[in-house]
Design a binder for this molecule. Sequence first.
Ligand code: SF4
Ligand code: MSK
Length: 670
Amino acid sequence: MAKQTRSPEERTIDPAAQQMLIHADELKIGTAFSRADKMSPCNIGSAGMCCKICGMGPCRLTKEGDTGVCGATIDTIQARNLIRSIAAGAAAHSDHGRDMAFILKAVANGRAEGYALRDIAKLRLVAQRYNIGIDGRAPEEIANDLADLYLAQFGQQKGEVVVAKNAPAKRLQLWRDLNVVPRGIDREVVEALHRTHIGDDQDPEHILNHAVRTALADGWGGSMIATDISDILFGTPAPILGEANLGVLKEDMVNVIVHGHEPTLSEMIVAASQDPEIIAYARAAGSNGVNLAGICCTANEILMRQGIPAAGNFLHQELSILTGAVEAMVVDVQCIMQALVGLAENFHTKIITTSPKVKIKGATHIEFDEHHALTIAKKILREAIDNYANRGQTKIPQIKEKLIPGFSHEYINYMLGGSYRASFRPLNDAIRDGRIRGVAAIVGCNNPRSQQDYLHTKVTRALLKQDVLVVETGCGAIAAAKLGLLLGEAGLDQVGPGLREVCETIGIPPVLHMGSCVDNTRILTVLTQMVEEGGLGDDIDQIPAVGLAPEWMSEKALAIGTYCVASGAYVMFGGASPVSGMPDKVSDSDVVLHYISEGWEKMYGGKLEFVADPDEMVRRTLDHIDKKRAALGLKLYKPENFGRSGDDRMLALEELPISERRAALYGVPA
Ligand code: SF4
Ligand code: MSK
């Protein structure tokens, strides 16, 4: 029987993407969407029931009581598969952090062409946090010491990674009690691989305890290091006007897309694109200059700092090439589809790999080197400009949305109280009063097995109506951007009355874009600062907050989900569960499934669940938020008490007798 293929509307809710999928069908070119239709996922592997870690297998455990050739049970196999994914995700994020530390070191020693220390205040603040002396010292000296300290965290063998001390005191003590504080970032990843080699750790719970330690080495280790150094080198994000979707590509300009995750080269390409010499070179080639746009988290990095538009999220990487208007796609690391090279052969687009760690057969490789970054960035742009003459027919969907990204935790703190009274108090109070019912972090990827952006935006919209403040990162943030939810008042007609009051008073969109996927650590920092502000308990697990990854696909997402759970958050993933086991047979004997949910909840106050139905995801989110509110003794959430803020509300009050104003204002008897 022929496999069923979905219509463009069934594959994505994004009208720009739909146009490109129709175009792809006309050109008979495959995409991740059509490949996903053709290739059903292996139901044994996707449920975590396959082990292939030794040459006696692969072993597929499909019946009750089955074991592998070595005797491994389904629980052991699922735990091993899960920790290996978490280790890969933690490795990807952390290796990014390590490279950032190398660049910080090079900048501090004047060996990094084109880079500078842009946020000295943050450099001093971070250094102080780690007891690095700052008084009377040049920024370069401080940066050098900080880089050395960070680099040492990767190879540290014993003790605790210093980054973990950024967690609330009670949380850190809990990790110490449970013996899961990471000792060194590389050590935990290596140990995860060692433990899962044939014939090693075979107690699923013991394996999963190390999964937590490994994930913490990411969230409260490598990722946090990456975020802090990016801010120090490229500036801490603050709100800035940007645009998102394929309509940001320009007919009359050389279009260069930067795709992947690291801001190091892309920031230099931004600088090079503004160089008069490059602009003149582009004009001489008959264009009106160079137009840069981003895909995935490289997009988020330069969008929130420089306002460079985002051409789209993960599933837009192929669609952008289908426009025929992209002279070069410059990729660094993570989330880059191998299919890009074959797809680009149908057009003039050059795929340029730049990381020493990433090559793709058929792509042009121009290797990045931080010591000559600006020179390399110009070389890449010249390649793209030279390719402009080869452009054929184009088809750029005229669809894009404006957005305001750039809500770093530093900016959120500032926006709530200004320079002199910067504080999380207004946010905590809004939650305590019930104006804001709770907070949801909606993060993560696109997955071609679900309808692109549908789950993200369905859950986002439903929670906004329930007065849940939403913060987003990664491809989820770009999904919301494409729908206009990241734009101040444009999204406010879609939110509940209390949240609307807060957004109008502060002047913020109802969905805050907090950055790329490594920047999920900004969310950890916000939660920590909310705890430290007081009024919402003394640890993260007491805050009415939930983390959601409705369209996840990457191993990094599993690492992020796990460090958030260990930090005290309830985390739900959409789509398929990698530990579901035999369908229709979920039972008490599913050790892994229950351990990462109820087991981890008992230990950390957070839990990890896989929930395919978005309505159920919303229901469980609200239920959890309300339970946390009740446990804190907060006011019942009553949306009818809010919604008439500012001048409108005051003018209406003036029409009432004074005796009735108090009742109208506060909902209490006159
Ligand atoms: Fe099979 Fe055991 Fe080898 Fe896994 S480790 S492939 S279960 S024999
Ligand atoms: S890029 S990890 S698809 S968020 Fe960070 Fe997007 Fe997920 Fe990659």
